[in-house]
Design a protein around this ligand. Structure first.
Ligand SMILES: *Cc1c(COP(=O)(O)O)cnc(C)c1O
Length: 455
């Protein structure tokens, strides 16, 4: 079979085409921080795959059927039925985003001083744990640390470390598995690891939850990589994964292919009753949770579309194609290639820039300057330790750039364009300048900092 995007385009949006001078000016005005750029100066936007997907005709049609009744809307029932079929959880609450589900769950379940264990906490998840006065501990498996290894499930949790933590002195409130492991290069978690981690948690009497933003992409990679799952559909894998857990927090801005939404799903009726109070107080009545009937309908439809094998195959192939283009250009990326993003190894491409000059950030900026491509650094600017003057005290373990791929938005020729710009940069990498920080906000640094180039 030839491979191509398994959809055709019915509605189009023009892409801004800019000049080098316009981009230089925009970047300078933005303090060189891509988060400060306006959409109308960005040609290809690979900053995030969150809420950036394209709706299908069926989702739009479902949106028109949205029932905007305050309580007990038909749209809530459609949403709940679809989520219940997929997950098997009896208690399901819509909320406005994934982080709202985290706040509700942690606000109910966590007591100050407790610990949450994870393969890797997502950044808002960590923030919500710490805001409760608790500690978020990451226990990634050993393979996770080797960017070049082709180990199939580098998103797994370290089971020995999990057993040790649960037998240790800390008061562990929750084990939370992120699928796929976004913090860890979008690497998948195997079903064997999920089952083993759930069994260990249960033996220690600790609830076992999923952070399931990319549940369908994880399921796809399981069908491709895990022995025994070759003949499963992604939908069957996803159903099985949810049934291993006691509950889930889900950002629907990823694998429900909608622009806004989240959900909290629970098995325990007592916990559900307590969480419901926080949902109503902070999000909205239990049958809408801060979303409109239109949103609930589009989510329900998106959750049916996202596990279609042809959709997932094409999406995974798109990312793999971009990885091939990068490799041909001489730019290494984190192996093996995942689905939602490609992580470029900027540290290796730009050895003339020490971590204190932020090579990941420098490559991201160069992609914008030369091609109007916006993407995010995942290196010492985001994860390193800084002193008050912005000097780097402890670098991040890697200097990466994340090219996140919005769902159903860009075609193969857009990716080829990204490959060409990357190849142009990789031809003369030593001309890429480093950066220094000029403004460092105390919190959420990467969103708000400003920088300047260093010659
Ligand atoms: C996006 C994301 C979240 C937070 O969800 P929002 O909808 O952005 O609030 C939590 N966990 C993971 C793994 C995510 O990717």
């Amino acid at each position: 079979m030839p491979t191509f995007e398994p959809y055709r385009i019915k509605v189009v949006e023009p892409i801004p085409i800019t000049t080098r001078e316009r981009r230089e000016r925009a970047l300078e005005e933005a303090g060189y921080n891509p988060f400060n750029l306006d959409a109308d100066v960005v040609t290809i936007d690979l900053l995030s795959d969150s809420g950036t997907g394209a709706l299908s005709a069926e989702q739009q049609a479902a949106g028109l059927r949205g029932d905007e009744t305050y309580a007990g809307a038909r749209s809530f029932h459609r949403f709940r039925d679809v989520v219940a079929d997929l997950t098997g959880f009896p208690h399901i609450y819509p909320v406005h985003q994934g982080r709202a589900a985290e706040r509700v769950l942690f606000g109910t379940l966590l007591k100050p001083g407790q610990t949450v264990l994870s393969n890797t906490h997502f950044d808002t998840t960590r923030a919500n744990v710490e805001l409760r006065g608790c500690t978020a501990k990451d226990l990634p498996c050993a393979a996770y640390r080797d960017l070049d290894s082709d180990a199939p499930f580098k998103g797994d949790i370290d089971l020995e470390a999990l057993e040790a933590e649960l037998s240790g002195p800390d008061d562990v409130a929750l084990v939370l598995m992120t699928i796929t492991n976004n913090g860890g290069g979008g690497q998948p978690v195997s079903m064997a690891n999920l089952r083993a981690a759930a069994e260990i948690s249960r033996r220690h009497g600790v609830p076992f939850f999923l952070d399931a933003a990319r549940f369908a992409e994880n399921a796809w990679l399981v069908t491709q990589r895990e022995p025994g799952y070759e003949n499963h559909t992604p939908r069957q894998v996803a159903e099985e994964a949810f049934r291993i857990a006691d509950g889930a927090v889900v950002s629907l801005k990823k694998d429900a292919i909608v622009h806004i939404g989240g959900l909290l799903a629970l098995r325990d009726p007592e916990l559900a009753k307590r969480c419901e109070l926080l949902v109503i107080a902070g999000e909205g009545f239990r049958t809408y949770g801060g979303l409109s009937g239109r949103d609930l309908e589009m989510i329900a439809q998106g959750l049916l579309e996202v596990t279609e094998p042809e959709y997932l195959r094409a999406r995974a192939e798109q990312t793999a194609y971009l990885a091939d283009l990068a490799a041909e250009a001489g730019v290494d990326s984190v192996r093996p290639t995942g689905v939602h993003a490609l992580y470029l190894n900027a540290g290796r491409l730009l050895p003339h820039l020490p971590p204190s000059r932020f090579p990941g950030f420098a490559l991201a900026t160069q992609l914008y300057l030369e091609g109007g491509i916006r993407c995010a650094e995942l290196g010492s600017l985001y994860l390193g330790e800084l002193d008050e003057a912005g000097g780097l005290v402890k670098p991040a373990p890697y200097e990466l750039v994340r090219l996140a791929i919005p769902r159903r938005v860009y075609t193969q020729s857009h990716l080829e364009y990204v490959g060409e710009i990357l190849a142009a940069i990789a031809k003369n990498p030593e001309r890429v300048r480093g950066y220094r920080l000029t403004e460092i906000p105390p919190l959420l640094r990467h969103f708000n900092c400003r920088l300047a180039p260093v010659d």
